[in-house]
Design a protein around this ligand. Structure first.
Ligand SMILES: Nc1ncnc2c1ncn2[C@@H]1O[C@H](COP(=O)(O)OP(=O)(O)O)[C@@H](O)[C@H]1O
Ligand SMILES: [Mg+2]
Length: 228
């Protein structure tokens, strides 16, 4: 369970852009829930994700993950538990690295240093298994640079990379916004399948109204710094 309690967040502190974005925000997400988050431009949706992932500090309030208070945990400490995918797939995947190298990178990011759980063969099998889920034939192209892939393929790979670990919370920030309608549909179907199969607790920011009715358990609206 993810719980945000009386969260206040100010961004751009000390600058002319200083602004309180979240004001006494409260939110509870149950394990395995798939929640859609909507709200106008600049409402603070991405800021809320940054607060959950540990990239943006709170002025006050608490963040509880299961029974643990993670409010003061660093970004690095939270990365094992909280995975995030953004709108631009080029940010998550490294173009001049191969598919396999990208996946290794994602896996290593959360492994304890010096305690690699996966031997090479085991690791390749794991990657192949995850890539096969995509139905894109990428499991046969593991030595290709990701810069050769289409935007949709790179976004699908970003999703797999985010899921490489057993993270409890998956944050998806407008992941289909930069894709054509066919690819967007494919990524949505894939997301729903993964979320359902693996029972990951997922929050997805979207502007696409068809995503709100067809996929999620619940739609939340962020307005005036609070969840409605
Ligand atoms: N680091 C920052 N410095 C100054 N202003 C910021 C910063 N991050 C976000 N903001 C501002 O906070 C508000 C909320 O931004 P954001 O969370 O990105 O909104 P959304 O994702 O809902 O469109 C916006 O007005 C934005 O300009
Ligand atoms: Mg945003």
């Amino acid at each position: 369970m993810l719980k945000l309690k009386d969260v206040n967040v100010t961004v751009g502190r000390g600058s002319t852009l200083e602004r309180q974005v979240l004001t006494n925000l409260n939110l509870v997400i149950d394990p395995g829930e798939f929640v859609i988050l909507i709200g106008g431009n600049g409402a603070g949706k991405s800021t809320l994700f940054n607060v959950i992932s540990g990239a943006t500090p709170l002025d006050s309030g608490k963040i509880i993950l299961d029974q643990t208070d993670i409010t003061t945990w660093s970004l690095a400490k939270r990365v094992k538990n909280i995975a995030k995918v953004l709108q631009d797939p080029r940010l998550a995947t490294i173009g001049n690295m191969t598919i396999e190298e990208n996946l290794s990178f994602a896996l290593k990011r959360t492994e304890t240093r010096g305690l690699s759980l996966h031997k090479n063969k085991q690791r390749r099998d794991l990657f192949r298994e995850k890539l096969t889920l995509l139905n894109m034939g990428l499991e046969n192209r593991m030595n290709e640079l990701t810069s050769n892939l289409s935007g949709g393929q790179r976004q699908a790979l970003s999703l797999i990379m985010a899921l490489m670990t057993e993270s409890k919370i998956l944050l998806l920030d407008e992941i289909t916004a930069a894709l054509d309608p066919t690819m967007a549909q494919m990524i949505m179907d894939l997301t729903t399948r993964i979320v359902t199969d693996e029972k990951r607790t997922t929050i997805m920011i979207t502007h696409n109204t068809t995503h709100m009715t067809g996929y999620s358990n619940r739609t939340l609206r962020l307005e005036n710094g609070q969840i409605h």
